[in-house]
Ligand binder design. Structure first.
Ligand SMILES: [Fe+2]
Length: 200
């Protein structure tokens, strides 16, 4: 991924806190903006993992879980059509739609090295941790005859150490993201396997 600094640190309006969009509307946006089915699947997988983490690990209420899900679902929505303005375009669109500033900040901070926005809260840090690993694990599943069935953490760790496998996944980003949270890499990998395997 190349560098697309956003050059700002505040997103949206505080007055829009709690303002989300129905998940159906988010899927409509995704279908309109992202013709690439594989990329849409990536976002649906990150959304499922984010929502599950919020509920299972953070004791999130319904609104909070929906925030995590929405950020996951839309974080790469502008990647395909606006590769040179990735992140800025979707954020501006969501600002026009008066979406919750925490969702916007979460999307803006999903790649601190690329967008220049530091993850602040747990939601920000978890999307950063999940994003690359989710794609990596899916790539690993695709080369297995049984896909996710019987996939274990050890084999994922082994592939992470092999720089030629899914070389586009930046290992430094994975290391950096994990260093920012107090959760072992193994636990994150297992959680992703468990929660994205049935996403379609
Ligand atoms: Fe992503």
């Amino acid at each position: 991924m190349s560098i697309h600094l956003l050059n700002r640190n505040t997103f949206g309006e505080v007055a829009n806190t709690g303002n989300l969009m129905p998940i159906e509307e988010a899927h409509e946006l995704l279908n309109a903006w992202v013709p690439n089915e594989r990329l849409r699947l990536h976002m649906k997988q990150v959304a499922a993992v984010m929502k599950a983490w919020a509920i299972e690990k953070e004791n999130a209420d319904e609104l909070t879980a929906r925030k995590w899900e929405l950020a996951g679902l839309l974080h790469d929505a502008d990647w395909e059509k606006h590769p040179n303005d990735h992140c800025r375009v979707i954020i501006e669109e969501l600002e026009r739609r008066n979406i919750d500033p925490e969702v916007l900040h979460c999307i803006a901070s999903h790649g601190p090295r690329y967008f220049g926005v530091e993850p602040n809260n747990t939601m920000d840090k978890m999307i950063y941790a999940f994003d690359e690993l989710s794609g990596f694990i899916h790539a690993a599943a695709l080369i297995r005859p049984t896909r996710y069935e019987g996939m274990d953490v050890k084999s994922v760790l082994k592939k992470l150490k092999n720089p030629s496998f899914a070389a586009q996944v930046n290992r430094d980003d994975v290391t950096d993201a994990i260093a920012r949270i107090n959760i072992p890499l193994e636990e994150i990998i297992q959680f992703i396997i468990d929660h994205q395997k049935d996403v379609q």
